[in-house]
Design a protein around this ligand. Structure first.
Ligand code: MRU
Length: 350
């Protein structure tokens, strides 16, 4: 099956699918410098934790490719400035900072090289981060697809598919693999208010792969669970802390709480690049608040609420570790107790 890829790289620019237009139009945005990448991430032309990490790594390359002094210290200073700038584009997904840090460490380890070589190194590292991300997704899917049994109905929220990664996807990757293996199952996709990543992108990806999909409003998940329709939940993550709490698209926490109430397994599919070794609890995860127009205006054009109304618009929520049945990573499945087992998998192998 064809990979769904959000980003294409070239030596002097990056071409990204403008995900705000999906599924009505497949339009591209062309990024030629770090400002273009910053804006594409902030405006969510590109979105999803692993995908914005990859975009940021390429953004760093675009931000240093025209640096024209021979002074290596100045080059490092410039690189650090671009990293600070790109890191500030969106606060919650740790993959963004993780990818920039990976590139920075590569440069620092090779700082004796000529500047042209360092530029090449940054480009190659961005390419590697992108390719590795595809491998990670495939490996996670390999570990998890067996959890889906014949006749299962699975629920997901937001878009954790090819468009949110370098291709293939985290939670959706599990569905793709199950389909590839001939498993008969179906997916209920939450539309995901306010930006409708579920309706616009997840439904589009699943349809392309020929997976039986039913779109629901977020508020319909509870009654489907009560009726016994939903057998498993698979979601992605933007940041997992060392105790197993995690941030994901707003609405994930209520689904996790409902799944617990109805004794439905709740799985989080996330590569280790989404795990934040520095944070011990979900309380410390910075949550992004976005513009009120996302809620009050249909596609930012037509008002659907009285003007001047107060709006609360966090893009993510934090789900407690105790609601998670297991994490699926590229190194295997992590089960509770998370404080011990997450460290074990992170420290044991990369
Ligand atoms: O605001 P978004 O669309 O970037 O939010 C994306 C999500 O919440 C995804 O579920 C998460 O990044 C995991 S993607 C593999």
């Amino acid at each position: 099956m064809k990979n769904i890829t959000p980003l294409f790289y070239f030596k002097d620019h990056i071409k990204i699918v403008d995900q705000r237009k999906l599924p009505l139009e497949l339009k591209y945005a062309y990024c030629r410098n770090e400002q273009d990448i910053f804006s594409a991430i902030k405006k969510m032309k590109i979105r999803g934790a692993p995908a914005i990490g990859v975009a940021a790594a390429f953004g760093l390359y675009l931000g240093i490719k025209d640096f024209n002094s021979k002074d290596r210290n100045d080059f490092i200073k410039r690189m650090e400035k671009v990293i600070r700038y790109l890191s500030s584009s969106r606060p919650t997904a740790v993959n963004l900072r993780w990818a920039l840090e990976e590139v920075k460490q590569e440069v620092l380890a090779n700082r004796g090289l000529k500047i042209d070589k360092l530029k090449g190194l940054i480009y190659n590292k961005a390419v590697k981060i992108m390719r590795d991300d595809q491998d990670r997704c495939r490996r996670m899917a390999g570990f998890a697809f067996g959890l889906i049994k014949k006749g299962d109905s699975c629920l997901t929220i937001c878009n954790a598919g090819g468009m949110a990664t370098s291709g293939y996807g985290t939670a959706l990757g599990v569905f793709f693999k199950a389909k590839e293996r001939g498993r008969k199952f179906e997916v209920f996709a939450c539309e995901t208010r306010p930006l409708l990543q579920g309706a616009r992108i997840t439904a589009w990806e699943l349809k392309q792969k020929g997976i039986k999909t039913t779109l629901i409003c977020d508020s319909m998940a509870a009654s489907l669970m009560k009726k016994g329709v939903i057998k498993k939940v698979f979601v992605g993550a933007d940041r997992v802390t060392m105790n197993g709490d995690f941030a994901n698209k707003i609405g994930t926490y209520s689904i996790a709480a409902l799944a617990k109430l109805h004794k439905i397994p709740f799985y989080v599919v996330a590569p280790l690049s989404t795990f934040d070794k520095k944070l011990h609890s979900g309380r410390d995860i910075p949550i992004e608040f976005r513009n009120k127009d996302e809620i009050t205006k249909l596609y930012f054009k037509k008002s659907i609420a009285p003007s001047g109304i107060g709006v609360f618009n966090p893009a993510f929520d934090v789900t407690d570790a105790k609601l998670v049945t297991a994490f699926i990573t590229e190194k295997g499945i992590i089960k509770p107790p998370y404080a011990k087992n997450i460290r074990k998998i992170i420290n044991g192998r990369k």
